[in-house]
Structure formats: structure tokens, C-alpha cells
Design a binder for this molecule. Sequence first.
Ligand code: ADE
Length: 232
Amino acid sequence: MKKIGIIGAMELEVEELKSRLVGEKVTKKAGMDFHEGFLGGAPVVIVRCGIGKVNAALCVQILADLFEVTHVINTGVAGSLNAKLDIGDILISRDAVHHDMDVSPLGYAPGIVPQMAESYFKADERLIELAMNSCEKVNPDIRAMKGRVVSGDQFIASKEVKDRLVSLFHGDCAEMEGASIAHGAYLNQIPFVILRAISDKADDSAQMDYPSFEKAAAGHCAKLVEDLVAQI
Ligand code: ADE
């Protein structure tokens, strides 16, 4: 039986989904509220994990251990690293990497986690295709593309840092949880996908753009998630 964990970092990334949950039961763990119920007829657990990679990693492990989820979806907003991705567009993860993992003094390429078989965590092919289809269906006017999520405990708001993430990691969007969720899902062998709507361009305009666009961008992803869970 499928059970889908849906993680957003902030309340505005999950509030719309929680409002549509049927038969809600709430379990508290590690300061997080896990909302179990049915979304679009599918059994789900919706949770706001909080911002950053530690919160995200703890959350995915709880979803694995306590709720035995079969799939993980991370929904939210991100800064664009790709000129083809404008504010409001959606990035569907092909893979995710930690941009702040750096053991380069010991000879490892930036992003590589020493002694792990994978550091670019691949999203599930079926979830990627289902997400692309759902997006076309529910957001026909919004561009969706597949690409790479780069994550770190940093809000990216300068052209210099943005350029570094593009040249070192070929990232398409930057955010603060996706690679941790991907990493945790990989270790627990749970298929995952990350869905991020663009709220800013991760450059010198990001501080201005982010507050103006975060709510609308998060709404685009919520619509997509609701349709997607019914297709899984
Ligand atoms: N989430 C949304 N925009 C972001 C940015 N520019 N950097 C990191 N996380 C983000």
C-alpha cells in the first residue's frame, strides 16, 4: 500500500495542501507536526520540516521510520540558477547535490560526500514523468522543466555565488532542503522527487523578489502535488 510523505520547509509551502487533507490525524515528533490523511484520495503524510538541511534530514528519517512512507515529495520554492527558469516556473528534480559539502582540501570535488557511492542523488524516473504530466494538466500556462537542485544552508542572493553554483555544479535551482531529503530518501531506498517553483533569481535582486513572489510560487507547486499524489 502506498503512503506518500510530502515535505515543505515553510508553512506557506504546505498550508494549501493541509487545508485539503481529509481524515486528518496529527502526530508530533522532533518539533514537527505530521498530518496524516487523504489528499485527492491518496494516503499522505504532510509535514513542515523547517528551514535547512538538518531539519529536512530529520524529517525524512521520521517519515521512513514512523510512517513507513513509500514515496517522498518535497515541495516548495527556490532561486533560479538557469536563465530559462523565470519567476513562477517550476523545476522538477532530475537529481540533487549538497553545494556546501566541500572536502576539496583532501582531493574530493566540491559536492562529493566522501565514502558514499552517490553524491548526486537521482530522483525517481516515474515520479519525474508523473510530475511533468501533472504540471501540464493543472498548470498549463506555467513552464516546467527537469533539472538539478543544489542545496545548502544559505540563501543565495548574489551573482557571484550564483555563478559559482552554476560553474561547479551545473545547478538549475538553489534552495535549502532538497539534497538532504534526497540524501535521506536514497539511504532509506525511498523513491523521491523535488518540485520547486521559482520565487527569485538567486542574484542581487533575490532579497527584493523573494517576499513578493514566494506565496504565488508555492501555490503553483501545491496544485501540482495534489494532482501528482493521485497518479502515483
Ligand atoms: N529559496 C528560495 N529562493 C532561494 C534562494 N535564492 N536561495 C536559497 N533558497 C531559496
